[in-house]
Design a protein around this ligand. Structure first.
Ligand SMILES: [Zn+2]
Length: 58
């Protein structure tokens, strides 16, 4: 299991970015079912720049 806890700097303003969990819910066409995709995203609290984290897996 790999963990990446290194801080990442915002390329826009140099502020330290935060890794935040995200959830995207998609409805499957023709069914009442939904799928939830979870991933993590780097978010800059200073300028709202964000970037998808590596290693996303559904
Ligand atoms: Zn920034």
């Amino acid at each position: 299991m790999e963990m990446s806890i290194d801080a990442k700097e915002c390329p826009m303003c140099g502020e330290r970015m935060r890794l935040v969990p995200r959830e995207v819910v998609d409805r499957i066409p023709g069914t009442p079912k939904t799928t939830t995709t979870r991933y993590q995203e780097w978010l800059c609290p200073e300028c709202d720049y964000f970037e998808e984290s590596e290693g996303t897996e559904g």
